[in-house]
Design a protein around this ligand. Structure first.
Ligand SMILES: [Zn+2]
Ligand SMILES: [Zn+2]
Ligand SMILES: [Zn+2]
Length: 159
């Protein structure tokens, strides 16, 4: 199976649940083999999934990160509980991280995509504290911290 054939089968083969006669077919197992072996089609498939979820894959550093961030697990309403979600995004700091599964909320910040190595945006965590300190805040959890600092608005909209 080549890439063109892989893509032409995508709409029929990616709809779950698959009919029994599809799962048992040689064509389907060839298609799955191609998915696992071909990096280009693997990435292309992730881009399709992101689009099916209503997002634009170009809004993310790469399809691997986009696939992780846009994935909403039906079994785990809180992404922190889902073992399939490996990467989390903290918009306040523009920071990507790998969740630490210790039952808490800790995470290890990452600077490159674990799948393709693309550079991720530099965390703005230090800048966040610096700016608030410059504004005179010493208690960063105080109720009077400007609301744009609780989202990504503080760096997206300028100052
Ligand atoms: Zn391919
Ligand atoms: Zn899950
Ligand atoms: Zn990637």
């Amino acid at each position: 199976m080549d890439c063109t054939q892989y893509k032409s089968h995508y709409s029929a083969f990616s709809k779950l649940p698959l009919p029994r006669e599809v799962c048992d077919s040689r064509e389907w197992s060839d298609w799955m083999d191609h998915f696992h072996d071909c990096h280009a089609c693997f990435d292309w498939t992730l881009a399709q999934r992101i689009a099916e979820r209503g997002f634009d894959s170009r809004d993310f550093p790469c399809v691997h990160i986009g696939n992780q961030i846009t994935f909403a697990c039906p079994d785990h309403p809180d992404p922190a509980d889902c073992p399939d979600i490996l990467i989390s995004y903290f918009s306040r700091f523009d920071e990507y991280s790998i969740a630490v599964r210790d039952g808490g909320t800790s995470a290890v910040a990452i600077r490159y995509c674990p799948w393709c190595g693309v550079a991720l945006p530099e965390s703005k965590r230090n800048r966040w504290f610096d700016e608030l300190a410059a504004l005179g805040y010493t208690d960063f959890h105080a109720d009077d911290v400007p609301p744009q600092y609780w989202t990504d608005a503080w760096y997206k909209n300028g100052k």
